[in-house]
Design a protein around this ligand. Structure first.
Ligand code: UDP
Length: 236
């Protein structure tokens, strides 16, 4: 499937149209950003790791019955996906406290939550992705109640599947972000799931294996992404 027109360029990905109006090509860039785009760097190879890691995750989720936009991987940094009308809400699932939650509720980083917390944030860097509740979402007409019910159910299922999967790789899935979109009347998981959008901690050492290494200038960012991919591919 050939790329035609550039439809959208985001911070970490480009989206192209194809000859089929129902399909698009996503190209993963090496650009890495944090703090709503204020911190920005090119990390060589990041797009390749994120494409590979996301592809494996989408394949796993599809095999478990979760509908996603993923069709197939096309090459080192490209995947073929179903065209989505993205719902501009970032759904975050949290199993352990980290990041913004620690400040908001005053718990130390690393505190296990007695049940999974789902959060919904408006996808808007200028406004710093403010948290939304259902009333905001309905008032802004971002999604219908039945769509949000479906998204929450699927998001919790995805969390359960990925938590178990990463546990088997000795990686703790602390939290992660999902985006959903509409495709021919169906709600599908879209975007990517990668160390850019997840917090992964080594289950034995607690070491961070995700974008927090970049956010916090910890170094060895690509080494951590490579290690996640290596464990996922079963290379020991
Ligand atoms: N996240 C993301 N994109 C965003 C904001 C958050 O992918 O624009 C991910 C982030 O990597 C983490 C989870 O969502 O895995 C929860 O992030 P949090 O709300 O704690 O925000 P942060 O403190 O990371 O900005």
């Amino acid at each position: 499937m050939e790329k035609k027109e550039l439809l959208y360029e985001g911070k970490a990905k480009k989206v192209f149209s194809t000859t089929d109006p129902d399909l698009r090509v996503v190209v993963f860039k090496d650009t890495t950003t944090a703090f709503d785009g204020l911190k920005k760097e090119e990390l060589e190879g990041k797009g390749v790791y994120n494409n590979r890691i996301s592809s494996i995750i989408f394949e796993l989720l599809e095999a478990k019955g979760i509908p996603t936009h993923f069709v197939k991987s096309l090459g080192e940094r490209e995947m073929l996906v179903k065209a989505l009308h993205i719902i501009p809400i970032e759904i975050v699932a949290r199993n352990i406290t980290a990041g913004s939650l620690t400040k908001r509720i005053g718990l130390d980083e690393g505190t296990p939550l007695s049940r999974t917390v789902l959060e919904m944030n408006l996808k808007n860097d200028e406004l710093h992705d403010p948290m939304l509740n259902r009333y905001h979402i309905y008032a802004l007409e971002l999604a219908e109640p039945n769509e949000l019910d479906r998204i929450e159910t699927v998001a919790l299922e995805i969390n359960a599947i990925l938590r178990e999967y990463f546990k088997s790789l000795k990686i703790t899935l602390v939290d992660f972000k999902m985006e959903f979109g509409r495709h021919k009347g169906e709600i599908l998981l879209g975007d990517e799931i990668s160390p850019d959008s997840c917090r992964f901690w080594d289950a034995e050492t607690g070491e961070k294996m995700d974008k927090d290494r970049f956010r916090r200038d910890m170094g060895d960012v690509m080494e951590a992404y490579r290690e996640v991919q290596r464990r996922m591919e079963g290379v020991r």
